[in-house]
Design a binder for this molecule. Structure first.
Ligand code: ADP
Length: 485
């Protein structure tokens, strides 16, 4: 079954514990974004296969929800170990289809495993309440139950760890799932099927279907058997899924787009700010939802910051993620490159200055030069739209209140970053920013222990932390009467 390219590569859907093709036999290709080479094919499935997967998940729910928390915790622990035992093969597969440097891919696999371990631990702590009763002859219990079948739709930028953030809490809570991975990166999701088989997850508890995104998404949203949709992806698709899920009043968790501001005050530690800027911008070639979209730098430190930052950016080496000399991979596809070009053209036309980069890389294909643009202005596309590429626009500002207003002047509200050594200012600005997550003098903020998520058009719900399990359980109130007197 396994391919010579990689032991985890599967070219079939994973439904009810079986590896199966699309009913029609149709497939779609998966290409390496670094060189366009075809890595393999996956089934081009639609409504019927999704229905089969939902049915399997629904049947499996009866047994899975009755397992003990300890049994589910032990299985998740085994899953964590299986992921880490196979970190190198999983990371290689991820780099092949996604493009990110192998060191980042290893990090993503380890991060996914860490979420699974966290939720293995959380599985045993899904507590209810015994509430003091207002009635002498009645007792009040509040219990937590799994929501049921979960439909999980995942993106291509973190095709492995985003699934960990969804399957971890779903399995811990006692839910079953149907997964639809991104079209560009289905192999990293199908690899979870191999791992789940290896650790003995009962058939049908997790099902993975690849193919027609709209057909699969519609069936997941409208099926009465699916009780929750969890999605990571663009705000546009997220809004559409929320609207579709309304027809059956499903729970929804949405991790959507961001437009992260990175604010550097004159009193910031410049070394730290430059290191943070670099880390928040160029990880995964700028293709993360918490990547900085807009750098706001105060006048007094502006020129020094731009110079130091551009020097660091110029030192990046582009190439295939499998090449140990490269620390910056390609963009996911040609559409992403065109979108990146559009941002740069728009900025140039409106007076932006390209300090470094600003064009397609000489490697060709999906490679774009890491770019720093100074003189960014509010009328440029960066202000409103998510870049999702390797461009760092730098705005100059003067006053604290002015920058809070600029940072908040967006529909998004996922992550933001503030660099200052003034404690009072750090607190004022943190409280003024309408974002779900704030990094103060820190650019790397995600971890399984924390509630990851956004406000406004950036999403609903939180992944990770003590809060992460809440989206996967229902609260049941039980009133017990008639036994005291
Ligand atoms: P991006 O713009 O970053 O590719 P998308 O929001 O388009 O992000 O994709 C995120 C996920 O949503 C992917 O799995 C993609 O296949 C899926 N998707 C895209 N269109 C639809 C749709 N109409 N219904 C359901 N899922 C969709």
């Amino acid at each position: 079954m396994s391919s010579p390219i990689n032991p985890f590569l599967r070219e079939a859907n994973f439904i009810n514990g079986e590896w199966v093709p699309a009913n029609s036999g149709e497939t779609m290709p998966v290409n390496n974004p670094a060189d366009g080479a075809k890595l393999g094919v996956v089934p081009f499935s639609g409504v019927l296969e999704t229905r089969g997967a939902i049915k399997a998940a629904h049947s499996a729910f009866g047994g899975w929800q009755k397992t003990t928390a300890l049994e589910r915790a032990q299985l998740l622990r085994r899953l964590h170990d299986a992921i880490m035992d196979n970190q190198e093969a999983l990371a290689t597969l991820l780099t092949l289809e996604q493009g990110k440097p192998l060191t980042e891919a290893r990090g993503e696999i380890a991060s996914g495993a860490a979420y699974i371990l966290w939720f293995a631990e959380e599985a045993r702590r899904i507590y209810g309440d015994v509430v003091p009763s207002p009635w002498a002859d009645k007792r009040i219990l509040v219990t937590k139950e799994p929501v049921g079948v979960v439909g999980a739709i995942t993106p291509w930028n973190f095709p492995s760890s985003m699934l960990a953030r969804k399957l971890g809490p779903a399995l811990a809570a006692g839910c079953t799932a149907v997964v639809k991975p991104a079209t560009q990166t289905p192999f990293s999701a199908l690899a979870w099927g191999v791992l789940l088989e290896e650790v003995g997850l009962p058939s049908g508890v997790v099902n993975i279907v690849t193919g027609d995104a709209a057909a699969i998404g519609d069936e997941l949203c409208t099926s009465p058997l699916v009780r929750k949709i969890t999605f990571t992806g663009s705000t546009g698709i997220g809004k559409m899924l929320i609207a579709k899920a309304a027809s059956t009043v499903k729970r929804v968790s949405m991790e959507l787009g961001g437009n992260a501001p990175f604010i550097v005050f004159d009193d910031a530690d410049l070394d730290r700010a430059v290191a943070g800027a670099f880390a928040t911008k160029f990880r995964n070639s700028g293709q993360t939802c918490i990547c900085t979209n807009r750098f706001f730098v105060q006048s007094g430190i502006h020129d020094a910051f731009v110079e130091r930052f551009a020097t660091a950016v110029k030192a990046l080496t582009l190439g295939s993620g499998l090449d140990p000399a490269s620390n910056q991979g390609p963009l996911i596809d040609s559409r992403a490159v065109s979108k990146t070009e559009e941002f740069v053209t728009d900025a140039r036309e409106k007076g932006g200055i390209v300090v470094t980069g600003g064009q397609r890389h000489s490697l060709g294909g999906n490679f774009y030069e890491p770019t720093v643009i100074s003189g960014a202005k509010p009328d440029m596309m960066f202000m409103r739209d998510e870049i999702f590429g390797p461009i760092a626009p730098v705005f100059r500002f003067e006053e604290e209140q002015e920058v809070i207003e600029l940072a908040n002047a967006t529909d998004y509200g996922l992550a933001c970053y503030v660099y200052t050594t003034n404690l009072g200012r750090a607190v004022r600005v943190m409280e003024g920013l309408k974002y779900g997550m704030v990094g103060i003098n820190e650019g790397l903020i995600a971890a399984p222990e924390v509630p990851f998520g956004g406000v406004k058009h950036s999403g609903l719900g939180r992944e990770g932390g003590r809060q992460g399990i809440e989206d996967y359980v229902e609260t049941k109130y039980v009133c017990v009467g008639g036994f005291c007197r």
